[in-house]
Design a protein around this ligand. Structure first.
Ligand SMILES: Nc1ncnc2c1ncn2[C@@H]1O[C@H](COP(=O)(O)OP(=O)(O)OP(=O)(O)O)[C@@H](O)[C@H]1O
Ligand SMILES: [Mg+2]
Length: 293
């Protein structure tokens, strides 16, 4: 007896063929929105548990491919055993470029991989040495430096001199770290045009199952997208049950708000889309027939 529904197969050339929830036109609108974007766009695609988010995304990626738009899918839940969200995303992205970039652009790819490594090292040293408070600050930027000064104040009141002096050193070298991140961002923004094909559309990066992740990892992912990966020509679609994600983040981080209140903004996305459920009732009422007999 089969207890688990097998995953729905997306047909090549007709991605929404098996879609009983009639979401093709919604998919088309979303595709038009992302493919015309010239901004640093991060969209949250919100839907309740089991409403067909992942299936929609699977079909939508098929539609994107049919229209010559490159997309990357990341299942955040399957990578949340990795501590470093930057490395998780960067490795999937560079891997995708490796497979889909024109031969003539291989130098650019090498450059991107090298810059990603530098950013990774710079972030790692922050997080690894000063622990949770600083790690959750995400990338280093001016407003974070102010918070770091507070942390230093905290720590220097007797907790650890070693950590205190590390922060001191970091405060002086943060300009260099910023430069490293900025140069990675600039290069990343030029990469979608080097992908095989017409090269006019942005690269779409879809992150699914965010609400299933450990809240600490979900925050890390959001922070890294916001500060490092969100650039022109790259659009992020974060797929989630937004209410659930907000709840789990809040439950873990409430006590830390004095340290990174600004980072805890739930409005981390620049656009919000709710999964189209207009055909849902029709499907459920015709699909589930109750009988008194
Ligand atoms: N448009 C659709 N047409 C046919 N079947 C669908 C459709 N959308 C979802 N399903 C079926 O419904 C089930 C749940 O779908 P799916 O896993 O996509 O939901 P989800 O919102 O991603 O769930 P979760 O909240 O657990 O991540 C799957 O068995 C899938 O095959
Ligand atoms: Mg899902």
């Amino acid at each position: 007896m089969k207890l688990v529904t097998p995953p729905l197969i997306v047909e090549e050339g007709d991605a929404f063929k098996k879609d009983v929830l009639e979401r093709a036109s919604y998919g088309e609108s979303l595709m038009n929105l992302v493919s015309r974007s010239t901004d640093e766009l991060v969209i949250s695609l919100d839907g309740k548990w089991g409403e067909g988010k992942s299936t929609f995304i699977k079909m939508w990626r098929g539609m994107l491919t049919e229209n010559g738009i490159h997309s990357i899918y990341i299942d955040a839940f399957s990578t949340d055993y990795v501590d470093d969200a930057f490395i998780s995303i960067a490795s999937v992205v560079t891997n995708y470029f490796e497979k889909n970039i024109a031969e003539s652009e291989s130098k650019k790819l090498e450059e991107l991989t090298d810059k990603a490594k530098r950013v990774g090292v710079s972030l790692l040293s922050w997080g690894a040495k000063i622990g949770l408070k600083a790690a959750t600050l995400g990338a280093i930027k001016d407003s974070d430096i102010e918070e770091l000064k507070d942390i230093k104040g905290d720590l220097s009141s007797g907790v650890s001199n070693l950590v205190g002096s590390f922060i001191e050193e970091k405060l002086t070298s943060h300009a260099k770290d910023l430069e490293t991140i900025q140069s990675f961002k600039e290069l990343l923004s030029t990469m979608p045009s080097k992908l095989e094909g017409e090269g006019n559309s942005p690269l779409i990066i879809i992150i699914d199952e965010l609400d299933r992740c450990k809240p600490t990892f979900a925050v890390e992912v959001i922070e890294k997208i916001k500060h490092i990966f969100s650039v022109k020509n790259v659009v992020f679609v974060l797929v989630m049950n937004k209410g659930q994600l907000e709840e789990s983040i809040r439950s873990v981080y409430e006590k830390w708000t004095p340290f990174f209140g600004h980072s805890l903004r739930i409005n981390f996305c620049s656009a919000y889309a709710a999964l189209d459920n207009s055909h849902f009732p029709k499907y459920t009422s015709s699909g589930v027939k109750l009988s008194n007999a």
